[in-house]
Design a binder for this molecule. Structure first.
Ligand SMILES: O=C(O)CCC(=O)C(=O)O
Ligand SMILES: [Fe+2]
Length: 305
């Protein structure tokens, strides 16, 4: 396969046309915006979060400061001995801005959970933020992702189709590549990056916690024909429930927050046959989310034979 084959000339749908939710209006407690947020999370579980107005672009400035420290150039794969790895010096030097950005992302997620819970009329005890209390231990993470160039490493492109394990994912990126599968249409749609906006999506844990009211949709990262020469960098904040928070999956199995995260990660690392056995990775039995450009010129879903 040549690198040229990697780009589907016929993208199935150009733009998922996600709802746009204003962070400032959520902060202000605007009821209409909370309702719109709830609609975004119940129909597809994906939306743009407009961060431009908040305190003169503070969030965007923090995201830019993470980009500037170039942590993306220190990949985990290059760590020889994780047991003795103390973190690249650059992390130690940039701890201040990193901690600030992590804390702002957490605040955003807690606000989203608070507004969603209120829009659903949940009481204090069952509100979603109760699964993510400030001082509880949780496997929440911030990832600084640098995707390989399809031209250089055609076998390592993007991310396999998956639903996210956690509660909410907040993604800032400037380069296209993200697609979502609209479940009612069974079609992949591009989600183009929007300056000043994050893409936020609901993960499995929040879908389970909400008893299936909120949707965690299948998405993937594949090379975009207009971005051939650009590395895609993504800053992803993955809010996950507390280690001991309990929720029930769609088959009635009870999970603790940490168990579900670990299970999902084990499946990410497993063989395609293992991945297709359960519904853990994609929420679909028998479906494996690899993108095969030869079979999948029109970016359709791939089934294990
Ligand atoms: O890089 C992106 O745009 C999205 C990343 C993603 O889906 C993930 O890390 O789960
Ligand atoms: Fe994801």
């Amino acid at each position: 396969m040549t690198a040229q084959d990697l780009y589907s000339e016929r993208a199935v749908k150009e733009d998922a046309a996600l709802r746009v939710i204003s962070l400032q209006k959520l902060i202000d407690g605007d009821a209409k915006t909370s309702d719109e947020l709830l609609r975004a999370c119940t129909d597809l579980g994906f939306f743009y979060l407009d961060c431009r107005e908040v305190a003169s672009g503070r969030i965007i400035e923090e995201v830019q400061s993470i980009r500037r420290v170039m942590l993306f150039e220190h990949p985990i794969s290059k760590i020889k001995d994780p047991a003795t790895f103390a973190g690249p010096e650059v992390i130690a030097k940039q701890l201040g801005p990193l901690k600030q950005a992590i804390s702002s992302h957490r605040e955003i997620c807690i606000l989203l959970l608070t507004r969603l819970s209120a829009a659903l009329g949940l009481g204090e005890k069952s509100a979603y933020q109760q699964y993510h209390r400030a001082n509880a231990v949780c496997p929440t993470a911030m990832g600084l992702l640098k995707y390989t160039l399809a031209e250089v490493e055609p076998d390592k492109v993007g991310q396999i189709a998956h639903t996210d394990a956690g509660s909410l994912s907040v993604v800032f990126t400037e380069v296209a590549g993200l697609q979502v599968l609209k479940p009612n249409e069974e079609e992949w749609y591009w989600i183009p990056p929007k300056p000043g906006h994050a893409v936020v999506n609901v993960g499995d844990s929040l879908r389970f916690i909400s008893g299936g009211v909120l949707a965690s949709s299948l998405h993937r990262i594949i090379p975009h024909k207009d971005e051939k020469c650009r590395h895609k960098y993504s800053i992803v904040y993955l809010l996950r429930p507390e280690m001991d928070a309990e929720f029930v999956d769609e088959d009635g199995v009870v999970w603790k927050g940490l168990e579900w995260t670990n299970k999902k990660h084990a499946v990410f690392r497993a063989s395609a046959e293992e991945q297709a056995k359960g519904t853990y990775l994609t929420g679909r039995d028998g479906y494996v989310g690899y993108w095969d450009p030869e079979k999948d010129q029109e970016s359709r879903t791939i089934l294990v034979e």
